[in-house]
Design a protein around this ligand. Sequence first.
Ligand code: ZN
Length: 161
Amino acid sequence: MANLDDLYREIILDHYRSPRNRGELDAPGVVRTEGYNPLCGDELTVFLDVRDGIIVDIKLTGHGCSISQASSSMMSAAVKGKTVDEARETIERFKQLMTVHQTALDDRAEPVVADLRTMGELAALQGVVKFPVRIKCATLAWNTLSQGLDDAYGVQGTGSQ
Ligand code: ZN
């Protein structure tokens, strides 16, 4: 497992160099949501096409640091084709990864470690918590997605709790 950090670094670099789902969507019902991280200057616009509770397409535009770019690319790959409920679950798990780790570091307790089996590629971003100022770079995409899903439900009225 000595090379896990290298593997994680490779995953992040791969998404940064070859971002997934770049571009815009322009179809009826597409929801456009903007996110901004003033601490770093990261900007992100998420285009969501949600139909019958499924994210049938997602596109991203924007610019920012490597962490924000990689995280948004990974976010788009993780939720495309998934149901809104699954996407919200992934958002929660990702935020937990960021905050639980932070708490663990503060308490000098045993950190909760996510691995590729449970989190897929997203596990690669857990190293970000070692640099608290970058956490908002990593969570920007997820907060913007969360807002976009709220907006999508508002527009389409597909909410079914
Ligand atoms: Zn940033």
